[in-house]
Write a protein that binds this ligand. Sequence first.
Ligand SMILES: Nc1nc2c(ncn2[C@@H]2O[C@H](COP(=O)(O)OP(=O)(O)OP(=O)(O)O)[C@@H](O)[C@H]2O)c(=O)[nH]1
Ligand SMILES: [Mg+2]
Length: 1112
Amino acid sequence: MGLASLEKIKVLQKNPANIRNLCILAHVDHGKTTLADCLVASNGIISSRLAGKLRYLDSREDEQVRGITMKSSAISLHFTHREQEYLLNLIDSPGHVDFSSEVSTAVRLCDGAIVVVDAVEGVCPQTQVVLRQAWLENIRPVLVINKIDRLILELKLTSLEAYSHLQKILEQVNAVTGSLFTSKVLEERAEKDSEEPEREASVSGGEVVYDWSAGLEEVDDSNLYFSPDQGNVVFASAIDGWGFSIQQFAEIYSQRMGIRPGVLLKTLWGDFYLNAKAKKIMKGAQAKGKKPLFVQLVLDNIWSLYDAVVTKRDKEKVDKVMSSLGVKVMARDTRNSDPKVLLSAICSQWLPVPQAVLSMVCEKLPSPLEMSAERVEKLLSVGARRFDSLPEQTQELKQVFLQCSGEDNAPVIVFVSKMFAVDCKALPHNRQRPLTQEEMAQRREVARQRHAERMASAENHADQVKTGTAPQEEQPSADSADVSSKMEALAVKEQSAEEERETFVAFARVYSGVVRPGQRVFVLGPKYDPALGLNTLPEGCSAQSDSLPGTPHLSCCTLGGLYLLMGRELEELEEVPSGNVLGIGGLEDFVLKSATLSSSPACPPFTPLNFEATPIVRVAIEPKHPSEMPKLVRGMRLLNQADPCAEVLIQETGEHVLVTAGEVHLQRCLDDLRQRFAKIEISASKPIIPFRETVVRPPKVDMVNEDLGKQQKVAIIHQVKEDSSQGRSSDTLHVDSGGLVTLTTPNRLATVSIRAIALPQEVMSLLESSAELIRTLEQVNMSLREGRALEVSPRTLEDIAALKDRLETLLPGHRWRNAVERIWAFGPRRYGPNILLNSVESYQRPSVWQCLNRSADKPQTALRDLDNSIVSGFQLATLSGPLCEEPLMGVCFSVERWDLQTSTSVPHQDSVEEDSVSQDAPGDGEAEGENRAVGQAKRRTEADCYGPVSGQLIAATKEACRHAFQAQPQRLMAAMYTCEIMATAEVLGRVYGVLGKREGRVVHEEMKEGTDMFTINAILPVAESFGFADEIRKRTSGLASPQLIFSHWEVISSDPYWVPTTEEEYLHFGEKADSANQALKYMNAVRRRKGLYVEEKTVEHAEKQRTLGKNK
Ligand SMILES: Nc1nc2c(ncn2[C@@H]2O[C@H](COP(=O)(O)OP(=O)(O)OP(=O)(O)O)[C@@H](O)[C@H]2O)c(=O)[nH]1
Ligand SMILES: [Mg+2]
């Protein structure tokens, strides 16, 4: 990078009003990186001839080979617009769904976004996702409709057809924005209503007047939508280097036709036409069958240019067009055999795409100074906390954000959204740079001295030979020692620069203050509480002080080098003021993936990033040579830090597991491990496919082939068989015909009876989608139990109340009476989609919804002792089920009896732990107690040998849950992907073939209007998805390329334990019946992988096969 432009950028960084932080977002392959190339070329960083071909921001080798972006990368550009100099910090993001976490990290640091849409494909799934992400982060989008050349050359549309096609695309994009907007308005409206019900009631004098309007009418949404006349849409073909907004054409034609630019601007897009006779612009082009202005004045010009240059190659006409446009091209471009070269040479002068896009960015996207108060509050209030419940000093920081002050005395606030690995050699201070004059002189001097020395010693030697004295060991003179030490210093410097090592640079933005290398700041963990920090830390302390009292989730760090991010290169900076995106070195020991840095302990951590991708593909990894394990462990740690979405874990079995978002992401992670982080040969297992286990309701009516009683028996018998084969006695276990399991602990002090019930499908999905909320609820309950009150925002309380209401409506009838109030816990991990229900009549425990009616001041019922053991047992049981040790889903465990015998009531008892058993179970009758006392003395010694009761109760609950689960019809659930495949009519049949083979299901099929493309929505089990994208691509010669997105869990309808029972079934399925049983196949595969017992039959009665021909 030139020194001059670096200096220029440093100056521009100090003026936040002229800074724009923006990212480019789109569906995969819609042309983000190509567009970025054009913008980069406008700064002279790459040649404009290579723009679009180089894909400069795809700096990784695999990105170039595969042709998709995998990591977001940033570059700083300058641009002059209306005599003002602007600094644009541009981030190019990946569009592939596997890397959508990279989009989240980019969006967080920006104030605006360019959303790119392919003119042929229109709005695709990822387009919707990125629009939502931009919306959730409150950043403003502008639109670029790219690849318009495809409408001309590929689809061969006329200009009029293209116009209506473009209109449709705009409608589609606006529909997405519109639905985001209305849902937000309705939400706000609901919030307002719940806050002011009393006021409304009093105003209307006791009469309740309900306003039926949803509030949509009052809200101004005019600047929300994309519309060319608003100036927030650019039409472009990045590959041919042209792009325009209608402002440009309005200016051109207002001079030529003498119409005011304002009028043209309003009428160029829309149903207007030019009445040539009256020289007037009239409305109603469509009704009168006239060409709309946009077609006549804009598209026709472009169409005729393409026609002349590419289709007809009419040299004369080209010359005429060029002279009328006032464009001159170089002779070699005219002579080039590829007409596209000439085309882009003409277009890039006539309608240069950087000019159109960057002017729009400068005008329409906000500067860091214009950050909205709403966005600041959202960034600063974590989870359920209310912004106005935060300490006063924290609330004052809002002003600091809004001012975005780059003064020295402003508090420093920096957010790191990801850490990325760079080669040490790429850091500016290690980079091989041309030697300065001084250094060259120094080296010359060293060389001269060395030469002189050599000459001197040679002379000496000659003298000695002459005089006949014996040759002595050369004694280096003081001078030469000096020289050699200098030489060494130079060598060492070179060597350390050569050392191949990865280092981490933080991808960050300064929100306030100025950062400098060597500065000390606080690192605020995601759970840091500013109120606690302000209380424990001395007033006015800073991260500079040496001895700070220990505060949870707070540490200090020193900033390393600061870098300007320039795509493939980094440039060193001495300071970075507020409002800029930058790279920070030296944080790898303090920041794992993201963090908030501040000089003030009053600053809260920023809300966590919204990740759209769910990591779902797991593989186990091991080194080829076992001795290289430490290298692998180190490599995986680095990978974990370098990737926002990948998860690295060590399972209980000691396996190293890598969890990624999809196949492509997995491939990239493995390549990174091999080539950068571990640098060893590794082998990865086949992807581990997750399953869930559940129960379904037993069928009510017996069908001819389905004997209900038998089915249940089969399951129970199966388990009992397993148990006895493991040598466990089952005298403490009792299962009744209704599926109620009663289990007594080995010391016979506690007995639980549990029944498993299938939860309705809607409840299961509701619980799954509310996991985050349930986790918050659990936190609130935990703090209430500890006697701390947590300030919860009204919105969270409302959400909790809504969840409860919804559950109540979804669990109707006698069977579930009062069930929602009786919920004991959720699991696994306390927020999963399974429920533990308290159906013990004698035990009234505080409800999990207690935070909702705290104000009612009801006397709180206390928890019974060992309540926690039951919950823990349930958590364990739901974490891994009996089918193949996978987590449970959609199961309700109802505890119907829980008896606890006290051992303290026995006299002379001294050795039993007091804390575990202290209270008699309420409801135990007196007479019963007496009877028990006799046996207890005898049993006491027996009981002691089993250890604490709490532990036994956990195990007993877990076992009881497992048995109760097995007493119901059990099913396996498979993870499903949805995918949208675009394919032309010719290859449609083959796409269906591949889908069918892999147990996929087509949900919807539609023909894209105006094209011969079909869009197919299908559902496919994750277990069958590996290699699917590749297979589809191969079978359709690259015409269809699906993207798989995790969608939901689905019950596999076949029973894994089904065995044929009737004659017909035997005949049809054979004795093993494993050919048709998909669930059994999946279950056995998982069991085999986990090293569990697999019941398999080898061929028992082999039968000779006869061919039909001989069978006579
Ligand atoms: N015809 C045509 N092709 C284009 C245009 N812009 C980009 N392409 C092509 O579209 C393909 C994808 O372009 P990229 O810029 O890599 O797309 P991307 O959006 O960055 O893709 P990801 O980063 O993988 O999401 C390349 O083959 C480009 O040559 C355009 O304006 N017209
Ligand atoms: Mg790209």
